[in-house]
Design a protein around this ligand. Structure first.
Ligand code: ATP
Length: 137
């Protein structure tokens, strides 16, 4: 029988939570953003730095993630994430500092610096700043 909802299990190295009943879940796949609706076929994807959007009947929740994996089977969506910050919990000052640090590193001529690491830190900081704008005032 067709289901109308999804059950989301969101886990990070230091937290675990269930979010339900969800109407949809959108995530930043490494090959592009995608959306899971009820009755989706079994599916697995690696996730990139980006925004997780979970639509519930009464509200929509947004999380910033640094990446991980999403699996969906039988209307259960498992999100295994390196980090997941709800939009309303993002420390904007901290993200701005991380952005400045990473930008300075990328603009420095110091060849011994790990540029890939600085680029990744900048992407995480910019993503946090973007997702923080979703927080309701
Ligand atoms: P920073 O340099 O500020 O530590 P980072 O990108 O290196 O940023 P991570 O290693 O991705 O940080 O995350 C470490 C922990 O801190 C994780 O639990 C993550 O959720 C949390 N975290 C990082 N930045 C923020 C932020 N701006 N607001 C809220 N939590 C954050």
């Amino acid at each position: 029988m067709a289901e109308k909802h999804l059950k989301i299990e969101l886990a990070t190295p230091d937290s675990k939570q269930s979010i339900e009943p969800a109407l949809s879940c959108s995530a930043p796949g490494v090959l592009g953003r995608f959306q899971i609706l009820p009755n989706h076929t079994a599916f697995i994807s690696e996730l990139a730095v980006g925004e997780i959007k979970i639509v519930l009947p009464e509200k929509t929740r947004y999380f910033a993630t640094s990446g991980g994996f999403l699996e969906v089977v039988d209307n259960k969506v498992l999100l295994l994430l390196e980090t997941a910050e709800p939009a309303e919990n993002i420390d904007v000052a901290r993200a701005n500092q991380a952005k400045e640090r990473a930008s300075e590193r990328l603009h420095s001529k110091n060849a011994s610096l790990d540029m890939l690491r600085a680029e990744a830190a900048l992407a995480r900081a910019l993503n946090r700043l973007k997702v923080a704008e979703r927080a309701s005032p």
